[in-house]
Design a protein. Sequence first.
Length: 243
Amino acid sequence: METAQNRAAPAHPFDGTPRNRILAALPPNEFERIRPHLTHAVVRRSTILQDFDVAPDRVFFIESGLASLQVHTDSDRPVEVGMVGRKSLVGASAALGGHVPLRAVMQVAGEALTISAKPFRSALSRSPTLLQLLLNDLHSTTMQSSQLVLCSARHEAEQRIARWLLLAQDWLEADQVPITHEVIGSNLGMRRAGVTEVLSRFEQAGAVRTERACITVVDREELQKLSCDCYRVISREYARLFK
């Protein structure tokens, strides 16, 4: 995996309208204060935006694509504890000047508006709306991670995969989820063969269509029936915080 600092596409000054929902929610005067410090970057799949136990020096406001928040131990592969799309950001701990034991890796290529840690902290001190949105985002991310712990411990593979696809569709705001069975299995701590078997049943039920490295949600209502309550809990809380 490459780090954000090594991504192939260079960053450029930003002079457009933000698609990230946090930035788009800022009053015009507060956004204009932060705009000069924002740069636009195309972020490739597998790019590491934030790594384990490293204090982030940049914040990424996701404009498109999907990032995975992961934890690990020295003897185990990383497991996903959250998703980040254009409703959210990566690197919020830069505001605290510390580090967290989380990796954020881009799993669906996309774009981001980035800002270095120092001007980000300055913007927070001058923008009450940005500060409140950051607190809401931290709350929702913590809630999502906590709910996924319960989901992993209590729910069957079919429910967990359905929940994962629904959340991915929400974050991407698209029916197509360009991801492999292997990546879903890695995120959920499952074998690829088990994921393929479950997705085959979903396809037979008419909920999804599977192609090479892409899953299309065909019938969202059917997929919701196959999911557990964790999806509804997470999506309801995001809707409450970001009306």
